[in-house]
Design a binder for this molecule. Structure first.
Ligand code: ZN
Length: 305
């Protein structure tokens, strides 16, 4: 299990801690989407943040994050579930490499510092949102922390890191999330803050060969805790031909007939994973037949196969 997450609890202090390594799944996502280094860092941070938030969701439920900014990357969408799977994409994957004065990849320059983070809970992105906050820095971690503080009133600290080698390979990715639930001891909080300051960046910790257990150990130094859970993490998209057919059917009779007459076939791509679904003339005609024999609007849609 190379990518995994652990969850710990300090019950005396009412503090929960999550830490994860996501190097492989971030590399997989970046390869699928052909992201430039800065877009890879932004996508990797958002995927990792999504997994940390997904780990707080009830079993079987999902969390969606939509970052929209005024930078050239435009947006990042991520969906994660409580089982440790995540999928996501960025608006413009091939933006030019942007480097800050200190030589680090400029994620806030790519996403932008003006914009919004919308968090959807328990459901996919088509459902009503749970909370929306202004981007705080556009660096992802601070934006997620600010969502928890402003929208859920839960004091939270988030650290996310992705390291991209010069040839574009993701060689380290991971993060942590710490939440203090009331009533929490001031002394413990001070200690946590001091520990967070001391570890420096998550990227450095993971590049240093430290695993999530080590990271939690550093964050909770001097604070007793128990480990509640350890689970594997992966990039996985839930798209399939049935779902894509439903999307096509939802376009309606007129649009589908136009598609058939104009192009004679259709290719539909999944934004989250880049998978392509091809529909031949016969298959498109079949969908139109289904629409014609489907019950009137409001009734259940008939699906082929
Ligand atoms: Zn997909």
């Amino acid at each position: 299990m190379s990518d995994y997450l652990i969850r710990v609890l300090s019950d005396k202090a009412n503090v929960i801690g999550l830490a994860c390594r996501t190097t492989e799944l971030v590399e997989t996502a970046c390869r699928l989407h052909g992201t430039s280094p800065t877009a890879s860092a932004a996508l990797g941070r958002a995927l990792t943040g999504g997994l940390l938030m997904g780990a707080l969701a009830k079993p079987g439920l999902r969390v969606g994050l939509k970052f929209e900014g005024n930078g050239p990357l435009k947006k990042i969408l991520v969906e994660a579930d409580s089982e440790g799977t995540v999928r996501g994409f960025v608006g413009v994957p091939d933006i030019d490499v942007m480097v800050r004065e200190d030589g680090k990849l400029n994620v806030s320059g790519a996403l932008g510092t003006e914009g919004f983070l919308t968090v959807f809970k328990d459901v996919g992105l088509d459902e009503p949102y749970q909370g929306i906050v202004k981007l705080r820095t556009g660096e992802i971690a601070e934006d997620i922390a600010s969502y928890f503080v402003e929208s859920e009133q839960v004091p939270s600290a988030v650290g996310l890191g992705v390291f991209i080698e010069t040839e574009g390979l993701v060689s380290a990715a991971g993060g942590f999330l710490i939440q203090a639930l009331p009533p929490s001891e001031e002394q413990t909080i001070d200690r946590l803050i001091a520990n967070i300051r001391r570890i420096g960046t998550v990227t450095d910790v993971i590049r240093d060969g430290k695993n999530p257990e080590d990271l939690i150990g550093m964050l909770f130094e001097g604070i007793p805790y128990v480990t509640l859970e350890k689970k594997g993490l992966s990039f996985r998209c839930g798209c399939n031909r049935d779902r894509i057919e439903r999307v096509l059917i939802s376009l309606g009779h007129k649009e589908l007939t136009h598609m058939l007459e104009e192009h004679g076939e259709a290719e539909v791509g999944c934004e989250f994973c880049g998978a392509k679904y091809h529909f031949s003339r016969e298959q498109l005609a079949g969908l139109i037949d289904d629409l014609e024999s489907a019950p009137p609007q409001g009734g259940p849609q008939k699906l082929r196969g």
